[in-house]
Write a protein that binds this ligand. Structure first.
Ligand code: F6R
Length: 615
């Protein structure tokens, strides 16, 4: 994880880098730092804490002059978050300075070697080892920074996106990536470097995304030279025109990104199916699916690989694919899948789901699946991300940037895309009738307005949040399509309010969790009028007779659960397969309000980061 930013050009580098770090803070926020070259001195300022702490410190203590600089916001891997371990890191001579996102796995061996050669280290980081290795190569091989970096990186094992500055060459920044993202924004005789395009979007919409295993020497007044790290061959870089705009990455009056993103769901879901689904004509067009329809429809099995919330979206898709397209589905945690010796056949299709498209475990899982001959289909939100590029084909969710660390609109848009794919395959295979197909399309078309209706229950949800904000535990129950929603609801509560929560299939309650129920235990039960409604009502009765507190997520007009529950939150009626798109919303709002009431940092929960590019 971690966010990296660099600037070289005619502007003052300090405000550009500082603003960029604020935008990248979702990637890590336990410490931050900046290095600026003012023409004579390389001034370094870094601290444990957030970017706001860094800014205060720099404003008070450091020269913020200079037209070239690098900055970093950290999510600790090697070495605890403290001032010394914060990036940037100097080399021993003080000539080189580095920022790094990733892990150098063999750093301990390299460090021992460097210590023998007289190097000393201030921090516990792998990054300080890397910058000294580069310096050592520069001295011993008598080569320039670019070449030295290439030689050093060929000795390093691990993942990185790095930027290095040599104060003896103030017109130059050298960057490299393997396994962690790195974008170069190209302006008029100025360059921006960042983990994603958000730090430079107001300055330029032209960017190069380095591919894995590439490095670039960025020199003012010169064309960027991109090379393969391994064999030094030159690469013709592809300059992309970015679609992102500034409004999309700012809070627009909402108190938190998470709340903004919850409220964006009606438009995000519409954006996901816009241009793909023509509900009235009964048509779904998706290039990634259409171009590979035989391969996908003839899959003997679909294996979904994902992590966290994306894994929950995968679980929902298991129901949809099996129900509609009659293709068996296995949903795997990418982190487990990659380290088993999974049985993968050539006619398997692996669907990788990832909001960021950078999750290291998911990336490793698809590489393994490709090696074993499977066809990999990526469902990502971030355009041009590593997973989307590594997949054979794919479909973007088009949710727009998700900045809040807790995933919200990514989840509902992932389900939307997966539903479209399942419907398309079902239609092609003839496993659903024309009328069922059309019904699904028409219902999906109504989902955004129904989500907007659920959002109107916000004030009511606030009251419920206030009532239960001080509990220590919470149980979430759901069945069928809504079992994964129960898991997702529990995850949302855990990650932003730090209240322990468990999600269970409602019928499993009697096999254990029922022992937890007493008058202190709130149980959120998803009990829409579809699926196994009567059976879920029986579960609600069982909770009631053990004095548990019941919050029911029910279909409008429900009577049976309302009679038993302490609170109900209504969602509009829809077909069963689409209920997760509605029932998820109150659970997102409930955890949001509880976390806000408890004074937690909703957008940047402790110990988490948005993009998990380490194992
Ligand atoms: C939870 C959350 C995480 C991510 C997980 C996968 O709110 O955000 O659990 O879902 O880290 O991330 P992506 O989807 O980027 O692969």
């Amino acid at each position: 994880m971690c966010g990296i930013v660099g600037y070289i050009g005619n502007r003052d580098a300090y405000p550009v880098i500082m603003k960029g770090l604020q935008r990248l803070e979702y990637r890590g926020y336990d410490s931050a730092g900046i290095a600026l070259y003012d023409g004579n001195e390389l001034n370094l300022c870094k601290t444990k804490g957030k970017v706001a702490d860094l800014k205060k410190l720099c404003d008070e203590t450091t020269s913020t002059k200079g037209h070239v600089g690098i900055g970093h916001t950290r999510w600790a891997t090697h070495g605890i978050p403290n001032d010394v371990n914060s990036h940037p890191h100097y080399s021993n001579s003080g000539n080189l300075v580095i920022i790094h996102n990733g892990i150098i796995e063999n750093y301990a061996t390299i460090k021992k070697e460097l210590i023998k050669r007289g190097y000393s280290f201030q921090s516990d980081t792998d990054t300080e080892v890397l910058v000294n290795l580069i310096e050592d190569v520069m001295i011993n091989e008598d080569v320039k920074l670019g070449k030295a970096m290439q030689i050093a990186l060929n000795q390093a094992v691990g993942a990185y996106a790095i930027t290095v500055f040599d104060k003896r060459k103030p017109n130059e920044l050298v960057v490299a990536r393997l396994g962690s993202p790195l974008a170069i924004g190209i302006g008029e005789n100025e360059f921006f470097i960042a983990s994603d395009a958000s730090p430079f979007i107001e300055f330029t919409s032209n960017a190069i995304y380095l591919e894995d295993g590439e490095m670039a020497v960025i020199r003012l007044g010169k064309q960027i030279k991109v090379r393969k790290i391994q064999d030094d061959s030159l690469v013709d870089p592809y300059i992309q025109e970015l679609q992102l705009n500034l409004e999309q990455i700012e809070k627009n009056g909402y108190e938190h990104f998470m709340l903004k993103e919850i409220y964006e769901q009606p438009s995000a879901i519409t954006d996901t199916y816009r241009g793909r689904m023509l509900a009235n004509e009964g048509i779904i067009r998706m290039a990634g699916v259409d171009d590979n329809i035989e391969r996908l429809a003839n899959a003997k099995r679909i294996i979904v690989v994902a992590c966290g919330t994306s894994w929950h979206a995968g679980l929902v898709s298991e129901y949809i694919f099996e129900d509609l397209a009659r293709i068996p589905v296995e949903v795997e945690y990418a982190s487990e899948f990659r380290y088993r010796n999974p049985v993968i056949y050539e006619n398997d299709v692996v669907i990788a789901i990832s909001q960021s498209g950078e999750t290291a475990d998911t990336m490793a899982a698809i590489k393994l699946a490709k090696e074993k001959g499977a066809f990999v289909f990526g469902v990502c939100n971030v355009v041009g991300s590593s997973i989307s590029r590594e997949s054979h084909a794919g479909a973007y969710t088009h949710a727009g940037p998700e900045i809040g660390v807790a995933s919200t609109k990514a989840f509902t848009t992932q389900i939307t895309v997966l539903t479209l794919i399942a419907l398309k395959l079902a239609k092609y295979k003839g496993t659903i009738s024309d009328s069922t197909f059309r019904l699904h399309l028409q219902e999906l078309d109504r989902i955004p307005e129904k989500v907007a209706k659920v959002l109107e229950t916000n004030e009511h949800i606030k009251i419920i949040a206030d009532k239960y904000k001080d509990v220590s535990n919470c149980l979430y129950l759901g069945r069928g399509y809504n079992f994964p929603v129960a898991l997702e609801g529990a995850l949302k509560l855990k990650e932003i309010s730090y209240i322990h929560a468990e999600g269970y299939p409602a019928a499993e309650m009697k096999h254990g969790p029922i022992a937890l129920i007493d008058e202190q235990m709130p149980v959120v039960v998803i009990a829409t009028n579809k699926g196994h409604y009567d059976k879920v009502v029986s579960n609600v009765q069982e909770i009631k007779s053990r004095k548990g507190k019941i919050i029911g997520i029910v279909t409008e007009g429900d009577e049976a659960v309302r009679e038993l529950a302490d609170y109900v939150i209504e969602v509009p009626d829809t077909i069963e397969s689409l209920t997760p798109l509605l029932t998820t919303i109150p659970l997102q709002l409930l955890s949001y309000h509880i976390a806000v009431m408890l004074g937690k940092n909703v957008d940047q929960p402790r110990n988490l980061a948005k993009s998990v590019t380490v194992e």
